[in-house]
Design a protein around this ligand. Structure first.
Ligand SMILES: Cc1cc2nc3c(=O)[nH]c(=O)nc-3n(C[C@H](O)[C@H](O)[C@H](O)COP(=O)(O)OP(=O)(O)OC[C@H]3O[C@@H](n4cnc5c(N)ncnc54)[C@H](O)[C@@H]3O)c2cc1C
Length: 393
């Protein structure tokens, strides 16, 4: 193979591969490199999470040619109920109210990855190297050179860092970040329940942090399922992950509203430390960062990947109209456009988390009042629903 590409992408995850597929479809020559083995990445043990993909996100997965495959295993969200510390629902969003069929879809991460890996196998103009380690890269005014651990040297007009929140590309390019730890963890697992979920997603704002129940499609034995994102504060020692099976079961049952009936853990319990990371710059010489490598946010609104996919959309739009994917004007335009949108989402998710993850009485009263007020204001309600769907006015 010739070793010169339009774009080299380091990180073939849930944002890197969609970028690779979309660019290859526009005729650009692309290589996407990931250090991990795809077979391993598509297992529940590697990543047992689910992801809420909004209408905006599904548009990019459609451009990448994988949405039909993903949709087979995805569950539409038709109603969102918001409650406070186990209260009755204080705010209810129905997709009918915004003339929509659904607010987005819930799908297992491993299945998104599987669909992407399959599509990458057959995509013209795309080389997918995984597992493959990168030794180093060097950028100059006319190209970028990437050295692989097997001794191969690849060159391109642009290098994209899509290698997640602890981005190696970002570090090598000496791009500084801002951010903080939330002193919170997200416990995640799949839960089987007696009764159907009726396509309802629940976000219960508890003092420890939000507890979300997200509807999934039934498994192949027709068990009804939802996934949970259970945010915890404080020391790891006190995590629900350390409870005995019996205690965990009782606690889980108490967190689910009665209409689910009996509930039971149905997948591995995994824990993710939560923090905010925002790169000071998204670009450098012949280099761009996308998705979590540029901005890793709190999962409270389920928007991390969705905004990452909006980075993908913008970069594809710009590169597809240019002969030189790494030219300075293009990179400046990418950074300008995406920084505004991402900063707004970072501010919104950070504020939501601060407001809804504590039990100080005046704040608790204010948020209850706020939720009830929004529920009575059709314009405000419509605004929040469109945000949840990833559609912006
Ligand atoms: C608990 C939780 C729940 C979430 N729920 C949602 C949700 O409902 N909706 C939503 O939109 N977002 C959600 N998110 C956020 C979402 O998971 C991330 O935004 C998304 O995974 C980012 O994708 P990415 O491709 O940027 O990074 P990743 O998925 O982390 O992929 C990075 C890739 O880079 C590779 N890599 C890393 N380093 C190197 C290297 N040096 N060389 C080569 N390859 C490398 C890795 O192997 C990996 O494949 C959630 C996050 C958490 C923690």
């Amino acid at each position: 193979m010739s070793n010169h590409f339009d774009v080299i992408i380091i990180g073939g995850g849930m944002a890197g591969l969609p970028l690779a597929l979309c660019l290859a479809k526009t005729g650009k020559k692309v290589v996407c490199i990931d250090r991990d083995d795809p077979h391993k990445q598509a297992t529940e043990k590697f990543d047992g999470r689910t992801v809420a993909i909004s209408a905006g996100g599904s548009e990019i997965m459609t451009m990448a040619g994988v949405w039909e495959d993903i949709l087979k295993d995805a569950c539409p969200i038709k109603e969102i109920k918001i409650s406070d510390n186990g209260s009755d629902s204080l705010l209810n969003f129905l997709s009918d109210e915004v003339n929509g069929d659904h607010f987005g879809h819930i799908i297992e991460n491993r299945l998104v990855r599987r669909a992407l890996f399959e599509a990458a196998k057959n995509q013209e103009n795309l080389t997918h190297l995984a597992p493959q380690s990168v030794e180093k890269f060097e950028t100059s005014s006319d190209q970028v050179e990437v050295s692989l651990s097997n001794g191969d040297i690849l060159t391109a007009n642009l290098l994209v860092g899509a290698d997640g929140r602890f981005s190696w590309v970002r570090d090598q390019a000496e791009i500084r970040t801002r951010g903080w730890e939330y002193n919170q963890r997200a416990l995640i697992c799949i839960v089987a329940h007696e009764h159907p979920h009726n396509n309802i997603a629940i976000e219960d704002f508890r003092s420890a942090g939000p507890f979300a129940i997200l509807p999934m499609i039934d498994d192949d034995k027709n068990n009804h399922r939802s996934s949970i994102v259970w945010t915890e504060h404080g020391v790891k020692r006190k995590s629900a992950k350390n409870l005995s099976d019996d205690e965990f079961q009782k606690t889980l049952q108490n967190l689910f509203p009665d209409f689910y009936g009996k509930v039971k853990r149905a997948g591995p319990l995994q824990s993710y430390p939560l923090g905010l990371i925002h790169a000071e710059k998204y670009t450098g010489q012949r280099l761009a960062l996308i998705s979590d490598a540029a901005h890793a946010i709190h999962p409270i609104a389920g928007q991390g990947l969705n905004i990452g996919l909006r980075d993908v959309k913008k970069l594809v739009e710009l590169i597809s109209h240019s002969d030189d994917a790494g030219n300075e004007a293009l990179l400046k335009e990418y950074e300008r456009a995406r920084k505004i949108d991402n900063t707004a989402m970072i501010f919104a998710t950070d504020t939501l988390n601060r407001l809804f993850s504590n039990n100080i009485t005046p704040i608790r009263m204010a948020r209850r009042f706020g939720l009830k007020t929004v529920s009575k204001l059709p314009i405000a309600k419509k605004f929040f629903m469109k945000q949840a769907m990833g559609l912006r006015d």
